[in-house]
Design a protein around this ligand. Structure first.
Ligand SMILES: Cc1c2[nH]c(c1CCC(=O)O)Cc1[nH]c(c(CCC(=O)O)c1C)Cc1[nH]c(c(CCC(=O)O)c1C)Cc1[nH]c(c(C)c1CCC(=O)O)C2
Length: 370
């Protein structure tokens, strides 16, 4: 019998029963197209709102029990083929010494954002991820046990540029002009900050794999405000470095390799480069056509995405049609169905169910007729 203590050790995990997502990530044969949703643990679920009610967001993130419960909630409702650990990308700036609050109705807020390169002194130079972010590792380990091998568990991080922009903007921003000011005005300090973030991220992702994460996604959510030139200088090299160093360290530690996925939202100008950056899967937002994404990535990677989340406001019949077209566009090899960004709080859980079912049903039919 499992006692409470054995649930926190990253070993003797239950055997994986559904590896469809992992096979698709590696470009292998599948019986149906796997599907999950970004923000599948989120406010569109009444049980999520109830669990989160009255609790501080980052307090919740620091509770392995709460993270585990929130991660499992969507799996009780829908036959998703993967789960993603409940946490947030902003735990990394916190680990580096910055305060971050989640203001209801406003989103993440940094009371003291970085203003100029002098402020880099405020950041910890060495971050011990097991003491600063050990709570995420515990949440992953606990969830791997409690998920009972139903589906794989994805770990994640924000990418260096996206985290840098939050640390300078102090929150969301329509233009990211304060953070971009650094790129143009202080390129050296920008690279210094991006390298510092990269070092923490590499250790953080390795720690997640050691704790039991079976795949990793790197969120470059703010790729869209960069152009191709800035992307090549301030985002891509760090994304590449992360993939290479994490893979090297996984190998050196004797761990099994895990597929790595990169999501550069609105970064379609960089698609060819992303397909060549050391990740197994490139995740796409909805502004790119599935066929052209395939052509431009030339079979080098698996693709993931990319239904407009707002299509979930359509009727179930319409959702089914949209899904069918999307599956035909991407094809049945090396493809993971997802939305092009996270679910919104006002979305109807029933339509999320319709999306998942449409992916499974249409893909089984398409695979049969192939
Ligand atoms: C940019 C970013 C953040 N966080 C994240 C990103 C990258 C993905 C993306 O581009 O959306 C990543 C993230 N955040 C969360 C997850 C959990 C796993 C999942 O996807 O189900 C993941 C993968 C939980 C969360 N993170 C957050 C919520 C909602 C707030 C809550 O539960 O109280 C959830 C479920 C809060 C958050 N955290 C952040 C924002 C912009 C917000 C939204 C603020 C708001 O809408 O009020 C920063």
């Amino acid at each position: 019998m499992m006692d409470k203590d054995s649930l926190i050790l990253p070993k003797d995990f239950p055997e994986l029963k559904n590896d469809t997502f992992l096979r698709a990530a590696r470009g292998e044969e599948v019986e149906h197209i796997p599907v999950w949703c970004m923000r599948q643990a989120g406010r569109y679920l009444p049980e999520f709102r109830e669990s989160r009610a009255g609790k501080d967001f980052f307090e919740t993130c620091r509770s392995p029990e709460a993270c585990c419960e929130l991660t499992l909630q969507p799996l009780r409702r829908f036959p998703f083929d993967a789960s993603i650990i409940f946490s947030d990308i902003l735990v990394v700036p916190q680990a580096m010494g910055m305060d971050v609050e989640m203001t209801p109705g406003k989103g993440p807020t940094f009371p003291e954002p970085l203003k100029d390169p002098e402020d880099l002194k405020r950041l910890k130079t060495k971050v011990d991820v097991s003491s600063e972010l050990g709570y995420v590792f515990k949440a992953i380990t606990l969830t791997r046990h409690r998920i009972e091998g139903k589906v794989p568990l994805i770990g994640f991080t924000g990418a260096p540029w996206t985290l840098m922009s939050y640390m300078i903007e102090g929150g969301g921003s329509p233009t990211h002009s304060k953070a971009k000011r650094w790129l143009y005005r202080y390129p050296e300090a920008s690279h210094k900050l991006l390298s510092q973030l990269t070092d923490v991220i590499v250790d953080y992702l390795l720690g997640q794999v050691k704790a039991g994460a079976q795949a990793l996604q790197v969120f470059e959510s703010h790729a869209g405000c960069l152009g191709p030139v800035e992307f090549k200088e301030f985002s891509l090299p760090y994304l590449r470095d992360i993939a290479r160093r994490v893979k090297d360290k996984i190998k050196l530690s004797g761990l099994d390799s895990v597929p790595m996925m990169v999501f550069a939202k609105d970064g379609h100008y960089g698609l060819e480069d992303l397909a060549d950056s050391g990740y197994e899967v490139v995740s796409l937002d909805w502004t790119i056509d599935p066929c052209s994404a395939r052509l431009r990535t030339g079979g080098k990677v698996s693709l993931q995405g990319n239904m407009d989340p707002c299509a979930l406001y359509a009727t179930k019949e319409r959702i089914s049609e949209i899904v069918k077209k999307m599956l035909e566009g991407f094809g049945m090899k090396g493809y993971i169905a997802n939305l092009g960004h996270g679910l919104y709080p006002d979305m109807d859980p029933e339509n999320v169910g319709a999306f998942v079912e449409a992916v499974h049903t249409h893909s089984r039919q398409l695979l049969k007729s192939n």
